[in-house]
Design a protein around this ligand. Structure first.
Ligand code: ATP
Ligand code: MG
Length: 678
């Protein structure tokens, strides 16, 4: 499609109101383009009857939040020393949970299950990309973690020291995290897809003493290296002041040749393999740092988010049980997130094991060696709970339902989503095609900073709505407020905030308490500002509308990216969509949409663009009609699958796109440029 045609398609005045007619702003609404979704799916009576959690939890939590969480902390965890106080909020925004308590995360995830006679239960079914598999029972995983704990201690790692982890999705990643937690060392995982420079800056920021990595992994059927990035990073750490890293432990995964630094580098098999399997887990203070995790950098310089032990474990374990309706004796759980993201921490390395669940771990990509790989894995292990991201679901929609239809997915009973808003049409597809039109879908809103899920339906309680995360979890005080910090009435939009401290909340930004206060606690002084826009529908259910930074202002009307994108995706010709606000002389900003069409719609040209504009007008209202719709082959996404609207805004405003180094595929911006020049 030519750019000429694109601009000819649109008459800005047709879609925009009069400049200055800021009715929304006067009402105090942050958003005006509110989609109306009326579909609802109540839990089946059988599901509700057998559900782990009932509606009574909301009342109990509302009556006394800290007491509710204290009860959960004692129910779900085994404490070396009981705590004296549930919450200390005497120095906001610095919270302390379960004050005076002592607890060991690894003991809770491992040893106690073995002591309780569950040593033979499978903890991890590992599926390597090339098809190799291994199984770890709780007894075996406990032994491996004890050995790794001994090995790390023998390399001089002590309580409080930081350990950088740069590993693929293999069991050693979980073993490393739990071994660190066991000895009180603070892990800092850097996603294996990040560059040596990203690794270097994170090693330096946290002053890591040990790095745990692998020779490499497999990606799309080919070996892919990791160790060279570590060597490169370590050659530049410390900015000339000498560096903190003393040792590197290397897992042999794909057998590639690696450079070896005698004295510094140690094979995992030699150090961990030779270590003793006797190791006693001592209790650590409830507020002892558990890990640092740098946010993905969708919006700016990565922040080292700090999480501590007791509160984090309590809320991750509780939500994992309640939101997925976990029955650990019978369920097989699979979370597809990489351990490099917070989801891979909370809902792979910690909560499932603390809850004694059996989980699947898969190393590779969904299309290797074929596009049915995930469904094959679900059939093979009889996965009953699947937790994944909307970007994956939209990709599967694009590939077509014939692929999952070939597999037996009848074991599935709960489907989860995280990372972005799930467009209603993707939600419906997930439920119908993957879930056989019977599984509840739980859309979970949370952040690296929140540590655990915050807004989500309870599958045995809530009647679910396609596209909405709906309700704050029991014990969580979420609200949507206007510019003045006043709660908005139902039917209106605004800023998502959290009114009360929660157990898994971040305790700060590593080494930067001021940035912690500025980023989250200055917009509304007494409330946590999440940075996301949201609305309450007529029932009071919460809908996430995208990041506040991405909100568009068209002639004084503030519009949400998410809802225009959802409207576009609800058209049968559209596979994916991203919307940005581009500077516009008349309207301040104009809505510009980038769409990927489905296979059979690719050549329908300008007619489709007009049709899509009308479709958005019909679904939301004329104000939301995109001024331009650009058909592109791909969208720029971060490695965790989120659309990088910042780069699209550069394109829409005719600039060279800025820093694209965190893209999953750095060539995508060129592909987009070429497609628009045609
Ligand atoms: P950065 O903070 O560096 O820009 P990031 O916000 O992408 O990175 P994460 O903490 O992984 O890093 O993502 C949290 C954000 O993801 C939320 O603030 C929200 O914008 C989005 N998000 C997560 N889950 C959902 C969901 N279920 N619905 C809508 N948005 C979601
Ligand atoms: Mg964020």
């Amino acid at each position: 499609m030519s750019q000429d045609t694109t601009s000819a398609v649109v008459d800005a005045s047709a879609s925009a109101g009069q400049p200055g007619s800021a009715t929304g702003a006067e009402k105090g609404d942050a958003f005006e383009n509110l989609l109306h979704e009326t579909r609802k799916f109540a839990p089946s009576p059988e599901f509700a009857a057998d559900a782990v959690v009932t509606a009574a939890e909301y009342e109990e939590a509302n009556a006394d939040r800290p007491a509710f969480w204290a009860k959960k902390a004692r129910e779900l965890l085994t404490w070396n020393k009981d705590f004296d106080q549930a919450l200390d909020w005497s120095n906001p925004p610095f919270a302390k949970w379960f004050v005076g308590g002592e607890v060991n995360a690894a003991y809770n995830a491992l040893d106690r299950h073995v002591e309780n006679g569950l040593g033979d239960r499978v903890a991890i079914y590992f599926e390597g990309e090339p098809g190799d598999t291994s199984i770890y029972t709780y007894a075996q995983l406990t032994e491996e973690v004890k050995k790794a704990a001994n090995a790390f201690e023998s390399l001089g790692v002590a309580k409080g020291d930081r350990v950088a982890v740069y590993l693929p999705m293999i069991p050693e990643a979980v073993i490393t995290l739990l071994a660190c937690a066991r000895i009180g060392a603070v892990h800092s995982v850097v996603f294996g897809g990040f560059s040596s420079e990203a690794l270097r800056s994170r090693i330096d920021d946290a002053e890591a003493k040990l790095v745990v990595t692998a020779d490499g992994t497999y990606r799309r059927g080919k070996p892919s290296a990791l160790k060279p990035a570590v060597d490169e990073a370590l050659a530049h750490t410390g900015d000339g002041n000498g560096h903190t890293v003393q040792n590197v432990v290397v897992v042999k995964r794909n057998g590639q040749n690696v450079d070896w630094h005698e004295g510094r580098d140690h094979w995992w098999a030699d150090t961990v393999g030779a270590a003793s399997a006797e190791h006693t887990a001592v209790g650590h203070d409830s507020e002892h740092p558990l890990f640092i995790l740098y946010t993905s950098g969708t919006t700016g310089k990565p922040k080292g988010i700090l999480h501590t032990t007791g509160g984090y474990l309590t809320q991750t374990a509780y939500t994992h049980k309640a939101v997925f309706d976990l029955h650990p004796e019978t369920d097989v759980y699979w979370c597809t997130a990489d351990v490099g993201w917070v989801t891979g921490h909370s809902y792979v390395a910690y909560a499932p094991l603390v809850n004694g669940a059996t989980q699947v771990m898969y190393e590779g990509t969904p299309d290797s060696p074929h596009q049915g790989r995930w469904w094959e894995i679900i059939e093979k292990y009889k996965v009953s709970i699947l937790y994944t991201a909307p970007t994956a679901i939209r990709t599967f929609m694009k590939w077509g339902r014939e692929i999952p239809d070939k597999y037996d997915l009848s074991s599935l009973r709960v489907l989860g989503s995280v990372g972005e808003s799930i467009n209603p049409e993707a939600w419906m597809w997930y439920r119908k095609v993957i879930g056989g039109d019977k599984t509840p879908i739980v859309d979970t809103w949370w952040q690296t900073e929140t540590g655990a899920q915050m807004i989500a339906p309870l599958p045995g309680v809530t009647a679910t709505k396609p596209g909405s995360a709906q309700v704050p979890l029991p014990g969580i005080a979420v609200d949507v407020v206007d510019e003045m910090g006043e709660s908005v009435p139902n039917g209106h939009g605004g800023f998502l905030v959290i009114r009360e401290p929660w157990p898994a909340m971040l305790r700060g930004i590593w080494g930067d308490p001021e940035r912690f206060k500025d980023t989250y606690w200055s917009r509304f002084e007494t409330m946590y500002f999440a940075g996301d826009g949201a609305k309450k529908d007529e029932d009071g259910d919460i809908w996430l509308l995208g990041r506040v930074d991405d909100v568009m202002n068209v002639s004084g009307h503030r519009l949400s990216t998410t809802e225009i994108e959802s409207a576009l995706v609800s058209h049968p010709a559209v596979a994916e969509a991203a919307v940005v606000g581009a500077a516009d002389e008349t309207t301040g900003q104009a809505v510009v949409a980038f769409v990927i069409l489905r296979g059979d719609a690719v050549d329908s040209g300008d007619a489709i663009v007009q049709e899509l504009r009308n479709h958005v007008g019909k679904e939301i209202g004329p104000i939301a009609k995109p001024k331009a719709i650009l058909v592109v082959p791909e969208l720029p996404k971060t490695r965790s699958g989120k659309i990088m609207r910042r780069l699209l805004k550069d394109v829409a405003e005719g600039r060279d796109p800025g820093d694209a180094t965190t893209l999953s595929d750095p060539t995508i911006m060129q592909q987009i440029a070429i497609s628009l020049r045609k």
